[in-house]
Design a protein around this ligand. Sequence first.
Ligand code: PGA
Ligand code: MG
Length: 226
Amino acid sequence: MTFDVQGVAIDIDGTITYKDRSLNCRAVEAIRKLKVPVVLATGNISCYARTTAKLIGASDIVICENGGVVRFEYDGEDIVLGDIAKCLKAVEILGNHFDIEILDSEYRKSEVCLRRNFGLEEGKKILKEAGLEGVKLIDSGFAYHITDANVGKGKALKYICDELGIPVEKFVAIGDSENDIDLIEIAGIGVAVANADIKLKERADIVVSRKNGDGVVEAFEFLNLI
Ligand SMILES: O=C(O)COP(=O)(O)O
Ligand SMILES: [Mg+2]
């Protein structure tokens, strides 16, 4: 397949990592062969995304906290796009119903991350019934995230593309979970790896046959990027 690809946005957990979050080294080698910028797009925090990008040889431009934070330079500043106040209100409500566990709160600037120890659908229902609007409760497959509804990995990619002067349709995006839906939708070509959530596969342009990082390599080969 030939397509004028000018950038690749890739999710981290479940896409270039396995279920235990260890890296697939074949995906890393393939990323290093790419001739276009690679933007990591994760639900994780800025320092984690930046370090991962540096170690694997991706660009310094990262999307973190599910699009609530973007960063252009390793030594630059985090740009906060999401409103954490709304998310904290949602956490308070959920805390009245479940024994919630907040993860890495000292580092999060735009959203709240929770352990996956309660029913997601039940949580969504509670927030809806409480009339709390403007936040979304999403499952990355690794953690739950309460994120400002105005942000997303896809919107963050558009923000980055506008800054760089690259049309977002020239990006290929690859992911595995619900938190990658708007990312693969906004990119010109959206790819779901074989282990991806069904909701993501339904919206993908391409569903590769291999899982995790091997699926990333398969997508690069299919798109003639390596
Ligand atoms: O932080 C998480 O929950 C996992 O994030 P990712 O799959 O978006 O990289
Ligand atoms: Mg993921």
